[in-house]
Design a protein around this ligand. Structure first.
Ligand SMILES: [Zn+2]
Length: 98
């Protein structure tokens, strides 16, 4: 197959959310074992609205978004891409093969 469906599970397990966000110049602040940032999705100013899970593979926005997800969801939202397109972009950027 020329364009196989990306391996979502592998991407989620391999690329931490903060690693993917570094590409956008978004840095997160550690506090109490977790990482926090102003939410890049709703451009909020609360420095603790956007929180990563302790393993850094999931995120949640407690501000206006009131939603969370994986590295795929956050890159898809930032780039206005489908999940498949986001998966391909992340794989390319971070040197993963499917
Ligand atoms: Zn948000």
């Amino acid at each position: 197959m020329k364009n196989p469906t990306p391996n979502f599970a592998k991407i989620k397990a391999t690329v931490p959310v903060d690693t993917a966000l570094a590409h956008y110049g978004i840095s997160l602040t550690p506090h109490g074992g977790r990482l926090y940032a102003p939410c890049p999705l709703h451009n909020g100013t609360n420095p603790k609205a956007f929180v990563l899970s302790e393993d850094r593979h999931a995120w949640y926005c407690f501000g206006d978004c009131d939603r969370g997800g994986s590295v795929l969801d956050v890159v898809a939202a930032l780039e206005d891409l489908s999940l498949v397109e986001a998966a391909r972009l992340i794989s390319k950027r971070h040197g993963l093969s499917s």
